[in-house]
Write a protein that binds this ligand. Structure first.
Ligand code: ATP
Ligand code: MG
Ligand code: FE
Length: 350
C-alpha cells in the first residue's frame, strides 16, 4: 500500500511517500526557519500562509521523485496534532481533500508518534521493545516502547524542553533562531569547564527533567560577565555555549542510562531535533557500549520535523492493524493539544 503523508504542525512543510512493504520512497521538505528568523521565533500566521504556498509544489515534487502519479496512492496520512492550529489545518485540509477526491482513507497521525518511530527509518533498524528518549523543541520525554501504539511514559520535563533550553540560551548569546545547531557549532570553540553550570535534577530518583533553571543560570552568568567587562568576548560566548551543551547532554545521558537500568532493556532510541546533536550522539554511543547495549538515531535529516516520519508512522499503524481505513468522513479536524496517551492501545496507556 502506498501512503502519502503531510506534516505542517509548525515551521516545516513536509510531504512523503511510504510503501507499507518497502518503506520510504521519497520525501520533500521546506523549512521556514529563514522566514521566522527576523522575528526570533515562529509567527503562527506567517507559518500557515507559507504552508499553503509550499504544500502543493512539494506534493508534485515528491510524486515526481518517486516516479508516481496521484492515482498510485492508496491512503493519505497527515499530522492532526499537536501543533499550531492554523498550520495543522493546512496539512489536514490538503490531506482530506486529496483523500476525498480520490475516494481514499485519511489517517490522522500524532506528531510525537511520528518522531518516536522515526529512528525505525534508519538502518540498522531497532527492534521492539526499546527505551525512547524524545528530545524535540517542545518535548523531553523518556518512554518505554513495546510496539506500535504501546508507549509508556517513564519521565518528562517539568518545565522547558531540551530543545527549548538550547534555543533560549542561544538567544541569550545572540545566536538567532532556532539556536540549537548554532549553539552546538559555537560550543566546539569553547571550553565546557570554563564556567560551571547546574545539572538540574541530575540526581533526582525519577526520570524527570527540568531545564528552566539552566537558562536562568546562563542569564545570571552573562549579566555578571557583562557587569565586569562590558560586552562578552568571543571566547566567553563560546565557553558559555560549551558549558550549556555539556550540562544538557550530561542530564539527558544520565537519565537515559537510569531508564535502561530501570527497565533492563538493551536498546535506546533517540528521536526529535536534539537527536541531531553530535555531542549527545557520541555520549550516548559510549554509554550504551559500556552497558553492552545499542543506541539508534533517526537519519540526520529526519531528526527535526518532516513528512517521512508521518507517512511512516501511518504505514506502521496500517501494518499493525491500528489504522481505521474505513473512515471516509473526511472531516477537517485538528487537535492542537493532544496527549500521546490518546493514540496508545488501552493496555499500554500510561
Ligand atoms: P515538537 O516536536 O516537540 O512539537 P519541534 O517539532 O519544534 O517540537 P523538532 O523539529 O523535533 O521540534 O526539533 C527542533 C529543536 O531541535 C529545536 O529546539 C532545535 O534547536 C533543536 N536542534 C536541532 N538540531 C540541534 C543540534 N544539532 N543540537 C541541539 N539542538 C538541536
Ligand atoms: Mg521546526
Ligand atoms: Fe516536531
Amino acid at each position: 500500500m502506498i501512503i502519502i503523508g503531510f506534516e505542517s504542525s509548525c515551521d516545516e512543510t513536509g510531504v512523503a511517500l511510504v510503501c507499507t512493504e518497502r518503506g520510504l520512497l521519497a520525501h520533500a521538505l521546506h523549512s521556514q526557519v529563514a522566514m521566522h528568523q527576523e522575528y526570533g521565533g515562529v509567527v503562527p500566521e506567517l507559518a500557515s500562509r507559507d504552508h499553503i504556498r509550499r504544500i502543493l509544489p512539494l506534493t508534485r515534487e515528491v510524486l515526481a521523485a518517486a516516479g508516481m502519479a496521484a492515482g498510485d496512492v492508496d491512503a493519505v496520512a497527515y499530522t492532526a496534532g499537536p501543533g499550531l492550529a492554523g498550520a495543522l489545518l493546512v496539512g489536514a485540509s490538503v490531506a482530506q481533500s486529496f483523500a476525498w477526491a480520490r475516494g481514499l482513507p485519511a489517517i490522522p497521525i500524532h506528531h510525537l508518534e511520528g518522531h518516536l518511530l522515526s529512528p525505525l527509518l534508519a538502518s540498522p533498524r531497532p527492534g521492539f521493545p526499546f527505551v525512547a528518549l524524545l528530545v524535540s523543541g517542545g518535548h523531553t520525554q523518556i518512554m518505554r516502547v513495546d510496539g506500535v501504539g504501546a508507549y509508556q511514559l517513564l519521565g518528562e520535563t517539568l518545565d522547558d524542553a531540551a530543545g527549548e533550553a538550547f534555543d533560549k540560551t542561544a538567544k541569550l548569546l545572540g545566536l538567532g533562531y532556532p539556536g540549537g545547531p548554532a549553539l552546538s557549532r559555537l560550543a566546539q570553540q569553547g571550553v565546557a569547564t570554563a564556567c560551571e553550570l547546574p545539572r538540574p535534577m541530575l540526581h533526582s530518583p525519577d526520570l524527570d527533567f527540568s531545564f528552566s533553571g539552566l537558562k536562568t543560570a546562563v542569564m545570571t552568568r552573562v549579566k555578571s560577565l557583562e557587569k565586569a567587562g562590558g560586552r562578552l568576548s568571543a571566547q566567553q560566548r563560546a565557553d558559555l555555549a560549551a558549558a550549556t551543551e555539556a550540562a544538557i547532554v550530561d542530564v539527558l545521558a544520565a537519565k537515559s542510562i537510569k531508564a535502561m537500568k530501570q527497565t533492563g532493556l538493551k536498546r535506546l532510541v533517540v528521536a526529535g531535533g536534539v537527536g541531531a546533536n553530535s555531542h549527545l550522539r557520541a555520549r550516548l554511543g559510549q554509554a550504551m557500549a559500556k552497558l553492552n547495549g545499542e543506541v539508534f538515531f533517526p537519519p540526520l535529516d529526519l531528526c527535526t520535523d518532516n513528512g517521512a516520519m508521518i507517512a511512516f508512522a501511518a504505514a506502521m499503524r496500517v501494518n499493525a492493524g491500528l489504522a481505521d481505513l474505513s473512515d471516509m468522513r473526511h472531516a477537517f479536524t485538528v487537535k492542537p493539544r493532544w496527549a500521546l496517551a490518546d493514540v496508545c492501545l488501552s493496555a499500554a496507556a500510561p
